[in-house]
Design a protein around this ligand. Structure first.
Ligand code: CO
Length: 162
C-alpha cells in the first residue's frame, strides 16, 4: 500500500459511474489511506477513487485538513462562485468553473457512520469537483473555458500577495 497511480483524463475509467460502498472493511481503509497519501504527495485539493482506477464512491478532500467521504451526496446548495479549478488527472491545465458557493454533503465515514458536512467557498468547489468524479464527470465537462496563461500569471501574483 502507498501511493496510487493517478489516471489521466484520456483514460475511459474516469468516465464511468462509481458504485456504492457496502463493505466498510480493511480494503476500504487501505484505499482511503492511499488516496490521502497520494493527494498529499501530489499537493492536490482532493482525489477520488476512480482517479486511482477504483470505481467506488470514495474520495478525499485536502482543504484545511483531510476529509474522507464514502458514498457522499450533495443534499443542498446555494449561491454561485466562478473561479479557477484544476485536476490531478488533467495536469498543467486550469479551467474557469462555476460552482455553488455553499453545499451540504451527506456521506459516511470509513466505519459506515453517517456524517454531514457543510462547505463554503473553495471547500464547496472541491466537494463538487470530487463528487463529480464519482459520476464520471470532469471539470472540463462543466467549465466555461480553459484559463489563459495571462490569467494564470495574474492568479499567481495574487497568491504571492496574500
Ligand atoms: Co479532479
Amino acid at each position: 500500500m502507498g501511493l496510487r497511480t493517478i489516471l489521466h483524463d484520456s483514460d475511459p475509467t474516469l468516465r464511468k459511474q462509481s458504485r456504492e460502498v457496502t463493505n466498510f472493511d480493511r480494503r476500504l481503509h487501505d484505499l482511503l489511506d492511499d488516496l490521502a497519501e497520494t493527494v498529499a504527495h501530489a499537493n492536490g485539493a482532493g482525489l477520488a477513487a476512480p482517479q486511482a482506477g477504483i470505481l467506488r464512491r470514495v474520495c478525499v478532500i485536502n482543504v484545511d485538513g483531510l476529509i474522507e467521504l464514502v458514498n457522499p451526496r450533495i443534499t443542498a446548495s446555494d449561491g454561485t462562485q466562478e473561479g479557477a479549478e484544476g485536476c490531478l488527472s488533467i495536469p498543467g491545465r486550469t479551467g474557469l468553473v462555476k460552482r455553488p458557493n455553499r453545499v451540504i454533503v451527506e456521506a459516511q465515514n470509513r466505519h459506515g457512520k453517517s456524517v454531514v458536512l457543510e462547505g463554503e467557498g473553495f471547500l464547496a468547489r472541491a466537494l463538487c469537483h470530487e463528487l463529480d468524479h464519482l459520476n464520471g464527470v470532469l471539470y472540463t465537462d462543466v467549465m466555461e473555458r480553459f484559463m489563459t496563461l495571462e490569467e494564470l500569471a495574474e492568479l499567481d501574483k495574487e497568491d504571492e500577495e496574500e
